[in-house]
Design a protein around this ligand. Structure first.
Ligand SMILES: NC(=O)c1ccc[n+]([C@@H]2O[C@H](COP(=O)([O-])OP(=O)(O)OC[C@H]3O[C@@H](n4cnc5c(N)ncnc54)[C@H](O)[C@@H]3O)[C@@H](O)[C@H]2O)c1
Ligand SMILES: [Zn+2]
Length: 358
């Protein structure tokens, strides 16, 4: 049976439907409902799902973060204008977070907003980027600088699409899944302990995968319901991300993927929690084992770089104000927001480094 979650925000209400092996040409036709439409996807996704998509009007864009740019934003807008799209037309994002974010931002902008449907095909897109209405493109100076809050009319997830992901992309998405377990749901955390990357892709664990995707979406839907605009509780979803973003930026998005970087960030948070005696030895061991189980790193390859990296965060924060919303781990399945000064963070990490030999 398909699982369904309703996302409610002040301006909209829509369903996320999750199942396995259910998105076929007939389903896509039902989604389109005789409207003028365009499916936006990337070359890689098209190479796997061309058979499904070939009878539809598709815009197939290059793979990668570079596609979330003003250049491709304009390209999609040009096409919509050529095809005389109007407010009753619909854009369908069929792909990972890159395609979802770009398509969503076009949908939010073209004629001040047209219909938009998400069909996420990566794990990260299913549990994170397709839910909650943050859509954006990058500017040469910063990621996601140009964006909007724009909710889709529906999100359709088929976990069978996950079967064609590389282990690296799957593992990357698992970092966000672990974030929900570590920060919000101890039962999810335990469930993840019983699985691994290979099991996620095997047919006998399909129900478990459906449960996991559903649980993550429920957590995110609840948080988005409480704080769509990311001014309060939604910031909890940044667990591991302050450090993660610093790592990504420091290595210019080359050495570590987003999932790897936030995994290191979450391990730092967990080690601080252990050092500050909020979690015990057994808990920190379980946390580190879980990241390893999903092929995610626990620390930087060159741990000594951490102090240089801290310095980089510091310089950055000096220009933007040194007050940071810091998400702390209080227990497996529980996190909390703490407003701290940068200096306190640096001290916490230095103390912990001495103790934990990071
Ligand atoms: N809007 C949000 O709230 C939000 C949240 C988190 C991340 N993001 C954004 O999401 C983006 C990352 O998303 P991502 O990790 O999905 O990356 P992605 O879209 O680049 O996809 C990763 C890779 O997987 C391939 N792929 C996608 N689906 C596939 C499938 N079913 N089979 C085989 N290959 C497939 C893609 O072609 C690509 O090579 C970033 O730009 C990030 O900023 C947005
Ligand atoms: Zn993230």
């Amino acid at each position: 049976m398909a699982r369904s979650i309703t996302v409610t925000t002040p301006q909209s209400e829509y369903d996320i439907i999750i199942d396995a092996g259910w998105i076929d040409a007939q389903k896509i036709n039902e989604i389109i409902q005789n409207r003028k439409y365009l499916i936006v996807t990337d070359e890689n996704v098209y190479s796997h799902y061309g058979d499904l998509l070939k009878s539809f009007e598709c815009l197939v864009l290059p793979v990668g973060e570079g596609t979330k740019s003003l250049k491709y934003f304009e390209k999609v807008i040009d096409l919509l204008q050529d095809k005389q799209f109007n407010r009753s037309s619909v854009l369908i994002a069929f792909g990972g977070g890159v395609i979802g974010d770009l398509t969503g931002y076009v949908a939010a902008s073209y004629m001040r907003g047209i219909h938009f449907v998400q069909i996420p095909t990566t794990l990260l897109a299913m549990v994170d980027s397709s839910v909650g209405g943050k859509v954006a493109i990058n500017h040469t100076s910063a990621k996601n600088l140009i964006g909007a809050f724009y909710q889709p009319e529906a999100v359709y997830m088929d976990v069978n699409f996950l079967k064609t992901l590389t282990q690296k992309v799957l593992s990357d998405g698992m970092a966000e899944v672990i974030k929900y377990g570590l920060g919000f749901d101890p039962k999810l955390f335990s469930k993840l302990e019983a699985l691994n990357l290979d099991k996620l892709s095997s047919p006998e664990h399909q129900e478990a995968v459906l449960d996991i995707v559903e649980t993550c979406c429920r957590i995110k839907a609840q948080i988005v319901h409480e704080d769509e605009r990311d001014v309060a509780v939604r910031q909890l979803l940044n667990l591991g991300h302050t450090i993660g973003h610093a790592i990504e930026q420091f290595y210019q998005y080359k050495k570590y993927t987003h999932g790897q970087a936030i995994a290191i960030g979450m391990v730092v948070k967990s080690r601080i929690a252990f050092f500050e005696k909020r979690i015990d030895q057994q808990a920190i061991e379980r946390i580190e084992k879980l990241f390893e189980q999903y092929h995610l790193p626990l620390e930087l390859e060159e741990p000594k770089m951490f102090s240089t990296l801290l310095e980089a965060i510091h310089l950055d924060k000096k220009s933007t104000g040194a007050h940071i919303k810091w998400i702390c781990v209080d227990a497996i399945g529980k996190c909390r927001i703490e407003g701290v000064q940068f200096e306190e963070i640096a001290q916490k990490i230095k103390n912990m480094n001495r103790e934990c030999d990071l």
